[in-house]
Design a protein around this ligand. Structure first.
Ligand SMILES: [Zn+2]
Length: 197
């Protein structure tokens, strides 16, 4: 596996942060977090994008929602397959690859500070496209990077979201949501009077 296939850390990287991939999949409806699908309507997506997308990835009014939903379903499949250590659906891999390939120009050798790097500059098409192209690039990069080991499903009751754990003990997609509910449930179990016999 290679972590550096696409890296172009020259300030113009077309690949957004790995956390965006987690925020992206966590936009799906979740019975545990009691949230609706953030991509259900254009208005809901606009709210989500204001909170989660960097300015440069925010499209003006024209949101490719069907493509974003397709990419999200594919990404969820890839994350679940990674967790279960099973082969993912090839269709899901294809969805991610076909969007990502729109985002990068051909590889270019660059000599910097005494060593070679393989730069993948953003393509014109990727710059002009919607946020699904850079997000697909971020999915590719995350899955092939050591950070993939920090991807976990949330342990919250009925939660279907993911987290990028910063340490071994981090288990919740949100400390104030699932984390807080788990603490309350634990407290309730400890303090509940035992049943009379
Ligand atoms: Zn959760």
């Amino acid at each position: 596996m290679t972590a550096s296939r696409h890296r172009v850390h020259d300030g113009a990287s077309p690949v957004p942060s790995p956390q965006l991939v987690v925020d992206f999949v966590n936009s799906m409806a979740c019975p545990g977090c009691r949230v609706d699908d953030a991509f259900a309507t254009e208005r809901a997506f606009a709210r989500w994008s204001l909170r989660h997308l960097p300015d440069r990835l925010r499209a003006d009014g024209d949101f490719p929602l069907p493509r974003l939903r397709r990419l999200r379903a594919a990404t969820v499949e890839l994350l679940r397959a990674t967790q279960a250590r099973r082969a993912p659906s090839l269709r899901a891999v294809q969805v991610v690859n076909s969007l990502a390939k729109l985002g990068l120009g051909p590889p270019r050798l660059a000599w910097a500070e005494g060593s070679w790097t393989l730069a993948r500059p953003p393509s014109r098409r990727g710059r002009a496209g919607g946020p699904e192209v850079p997000i697909a690039l971020a999915v590719q990069e995350l899955l092939c990077s050591p950070l993939a080991r920090q991807l976990r499903p949330c342990q919250g009751s009925a939660c279907v979201h993911f987290l990028l754990a910063r340490n071994r003990t981090q288990k919740w997609c949100s400390p104030t949501g699932c984390g807080n509910r788990a603490r309350v449930a634990r407290h309730y179990r400890r303090t509940r009077p035992s049943r009379a016999r």
